[in-house]
Ligand binder design. Structure first.
Ligand SMILES: Cc1cc2nc3c(=O)[nH]c(=O)nc-3n(C[C@H](O)[C@H](O)[C@H](O)COP(=O)(O)OP(=O)(O)OC[C@H]3O[C@@H](n4cnc5c(N)ncnc54)[C@H](O)[C@@H]3O)c2cc1C
Length: 166
């Protein structure tokens, strides 16, 4: 049994999974068919596609700047030099912060962070119970899985539904 179960492969779930995996065994589930959550990339044909969530990231903390710089060096991320067209003429281009995107799509960060993680896609969590110090998770395939530690990274409206009976 994995020590930690993480629900969600967005930037939150993949960061947490990557950090915990340095010391513990981790398993991750996501209802989507691939990683990234709200920073997903929709493939249309071959390498062609589009980001349908996060457009770019602008790191502001030193730690995050260092993290993205390292991924730029590894050619996982790159700087975006495009320009915005503002319909509101009072708005100006933010030249102070770098705009960073994935080399192949904005789910590249999650893909990189989850490289060593046991990820299960197409796995939607339906219900949660807590009994005898274990979390019991019911998934859409009808399977009930139990874990000692559970981390949920679903958006808040979904979390609220799960936690109603707890
Ligand atoms: C249109 C749009 C544009 C944006 N643009 C930017 C931008 O330019 N720059 C920026 O920094 N941020 C942007 N954001 C915000 C950014 O995308 C989010 O803050 C960030 O992706 C959230 O990451 P997260 O991991 O917390 O959650 P999510 O990415 O939502 O990850 C949650 C994951 O949980 C999974 N999940 C949910 N419920 C279940 C369940 N029951 N069972 C299994 N899995 C489940 C989901 O499939 C998802 O993969 C944008 C958001 C949107 C929607």
């Amino acid at each position: 049994m994995s020590e930690f179960c993480i629900i969600g492969s967005g930037i939150s779930g993949s960061t947490i999974a990557n950090l915990l995996n340095k010391k513990y065994s981790v398993i991750l589930f996501d209802k989507a068919r691939g990683p990234g959550g709200r920073a997903s990339f929709k493939r249309i044909k071959g390498k062609m596609g589009f980001d349908h969530g996060t457009q770019y990231i602008s790191p502001k903390t030193e730690e995050f700047k260092k993290f993205t710089k390292n991924l730029i060096k590894k050619k996982i991320l790159k700087v975006w030099n495009g320009k915005h067209v503002f319909l509101n003429s009072k708005k100006k281009e933010d030249k102070k912060h770098l705009k960073i995107i994935g080399k192949n799509g904005n789910n590249d960060i999650s893909k990189y962070l989850l490289k060593k993680i046991n990820c299960n896609y197409h796995s939607e969590l339906k219900k949660i119970y807590y009994k005898n110090q274990l979390w019991y998770l019911l998934f859409d395939d009808g399977k009930l899985r139990s874990f000692k530690n559970l981390i949920l990274t679903c958006p808040f409206p979904q979390l609220k539904n799960f936690l109603r009976n707890l």
